[in-house]
Design a protein around this ligand. Sequence first.
Ligand code: HEC
Length: 138
Amino acid sequence: MSAGTGAAIAQQQASQDVGAERRSLMRQQLQAVRAIAPVVRNGGDPRSVQQQAESLLTIGKRKLELFPPGSDRDDDRARPEIWTNRAEFDRIGQDMIEAAQRLAAAAAAGDRAAFQAAFEASTAACSACHERFQFPRR
Ligand code: HEC
């Protein structure tokens, strides 16, 4: 095996790992959203889901690092526009981080109104990004 082939395989391996990690984090975000949604709907105490709110913030920051150029593969749902329109991708990612920051703060403060508004902004960012940058299920 030539050194070039070895490097190509190593790179492919790395993009496999990064793809698996970002999808795993995305699923954790969905779990957090599912735990938080009923609390928002029923006007419950946001402090009871403070941990999930903080996890949205932590993951929101981390996941933007998990889309390095060249990490799209045929079997994933990452659209190539992520890499041709990175500024827009990062801007929506940043919107989500800021909403999650407000969400975690409102949870800590037990502020229901602020929590509800921040939750709507957080999930709006999920949808905005998926509409533009995630292929529908295939
Ligand atoms: C900045 C863009 C962006 C934001 C914000 C974002 N996502 Fe995603 N999400 C993606 C992309 C791109 C994929 C496809 C990744 C892939 O297939 O490798 C994805 C995939 C997913 C998946 C599918 C994972 C799998 O196993 O295939 C879930 C679930 C998900 N996101 C949930 C969420 C939730 C919930 C939020 C908000 C709290 C969110 N995402 C915010 C871009 C984003």
